[in-house]
Design a protein around this ligand. Structure first.
Ligand code: FMN
Length: 218
């Protein structure tokens, strides 16, 4: 079993290309602008779900956990995502707002790493985000039990029926625990893979006057 896994792994290629190219000398001063450019290029290159990002949080002991979330927006404040405040990540963020985000766009050999602090949006923005969701998303988001143990899978079906009925009765319904967060970045790294392994890393660090840029050894 272990052998076949190793064989399977050794048969896989990484940086198969053709990869994207990146000239850090012509990178903009603002990392959000570069992110927007890279994101548009990922969409244009047909990368699957380029807006799916890994979000890492830490528990009270500092032990990290990571999961995929969908990027909802990018504004001058930072990167936005939506989830419940009562989930594992929501509870962790209430104690410790430090987060790391990671985007991986494999076909282009690119990753973008963001470190920052997550801030909960005001009640009005959270409600607007929830009401904008398609019906199925609202049905799934209404139960307020994300990350809780589930004793029987049939409970989901029952809960969905109940949630749908509640939404039919009150289409403006918003659960108390709906969370919309913005990650305000203090560090952003753009990583461009190279088939010869001479990868390019450009790191932006926030300073009072703006962003400081510098290259890193790959
Ligand atoms: C492609 C993809 C997109 C997802 N998008 C979201 C999302 O936007 N919000 C969310 O709460 N969970 C999303 N999930 C589920 C999360 O990965 C995770 O299972 C859930 O939020 C519970 O995480 P937690 O227990 O660490 O709080 C997504 C999962 C995948 C695979």
């Amino acid at each position: 079993m272990a052998e076949s896994m190793r064989d399977l792994l050794r048969g896989l290629r990484v940086f198969a290309g053709p990869l994207a190219s990146f000239d850090p000398d012509s990178a903009p001063k603002d990392p959000l602008e570069l992110f927007r450019d890279w994101f548009a290029e990922a969409v244009q290159a047909g990368v699957d779900e380029p807006h799916a990002m890994t979000v890492a949080t830490a528990d009270a002991e500092g032990a990290p956990s990571a999961r995929i979330l969908i990027l909802k927006d990018l504004s001058p404040q930072g990167w936005w995502f939506a989830t419940t405040t009562t989930s594992t990540k929501g509870r962790e963020l209430a104690r410790n707002p430090n987060v790391a985000l990671l985007f991986f766009w494999g076909p282009q050999g690119r990753q973008v790493r963001v470190r920052g602090r997550a801030e909960l949006a005001d009640a009005e923005s959270r409600a607007a985000d929830f009401r904008d969701r398609p019906l199925e998303g609202r049905v799934a988001g209404l139960h307020g039990r994300q990350s809780e143990p589930l004793s029987e899978s049939s409970q989901i079906h029952r809960m969905a029926q109940e949630s749908r009925a509640r939404l039919e009765a009150d289409p403006d319904l918003v659960p108390d625990d709906w969370g919309l967060y913005v990650v305000r970045p203090h560090e952003v790294e753009f990583w461009q893979g190279d088939p010869d392994r001479r990868h390019t890393r450009l790191r932006y660090e926030r300073e009072e006057a703006g962003w400081r840029r510098g290259l890193l050894w790959p």
